[in-house]
Design a protein around this ligand. Sequence first.
Ligand SMILES: C[S@@+](CC[C@H](N)C(=O)[O-])C[C@H]1O[C@@H](n2cnc3c(N)ncnc32)[C@H](O)[C@@H]1O
Length: 291
Amino acid sequence: MHTPVLKKEILEYLNPEPNQNFIDATLGEAGHSLSVLEKIKPNGKVLGLELDPQLYSRLLQLHIDRLTIVNDSYVNLKKVVKKTKIKSFSGILFDLGFSSWHVEESKKGFSFLRNEELDMRYNKKASTLTAKDIVNEWPEQKLKEILKEYGEERFSGRISRHIVENRKEKKIKKTFDLVEIIWKAIPSRYRYQRLHFATRTFQALRIATNDELNSIKKALPQALSVLEKRGKILVISFHSLEDRIIKNYFREESKKGLIKILTKKPIRPSQEEIICNPRARSSKLRVAEKI
Ligand SMILES: C[S@@+](CC[C@H](N)C(=O)[O-])C[C@H]1O[C@@H](n2cnc3c(N)ncnc32)[C@H](O)[C@@H]1O
């Protein structure tokens, strides 16, 4: 079960009132949306987008009142909004990345602790590129770059070299094949750190497979355009590159006088939240209001 990150802060900034409507651009397991729906009773609605068809089906089965669920990417936000009957939105939330369900249940290779096919696509129809393709086909230099940039992996060079050497012998198919390669690639004293040694490589592959950074760049202007005046845009990110994209976008739009930035510095989770939900530890929330 996914525990929503920064839930209290999200509610404070969104400040949902009865009968207002909102967009949840990354519905996941609807944790944030359920608490918003409670506040916008009796007639307020949430339009939720979820790219993963399996998560989408699970959500449909819950029959949540006043929640419209669409199986599409936030890259297509404007089109999705055009098709709905809801015309005015007081806020939009992006909670980037994957949900606990992806790690624990999807069987798509998101977890380095489970031996699964290395796929990592949120939506198999939306993209043909898999994590398996990346590790078996991309040139060493390109692998090194994504591990360094998207994973902030200090051993990006050693790991990518080992990947390329190993794939000459045998195709890398499963998560554990990759975990073993990373294990051998890194110096032995780094194998037992607090953060699992495969975390950063897996993060980089997930971001690259789903083209996550370009997707958020494409979605932010659409988010702004579908909001009503004084509508809020809230983004929770988990990676410094994501956060920089949001920070720069907000800064540019604020210079043009189109938004007011409500968080001069990103909001971070409290120590209590990190203890209860370690996944929250790298989260950052930025909020802006449409002028
Ligand atoms: C961190 S989870 C959201 C969790 C949610 N806020 C909750 O409380 O349950 C992010 C979700 O966004 C979905 N997602 C990722 N990229 C997406 C995209 N481009 N468009 C729509 N959903 C996306 C993922 O499948 C995942 O379920």
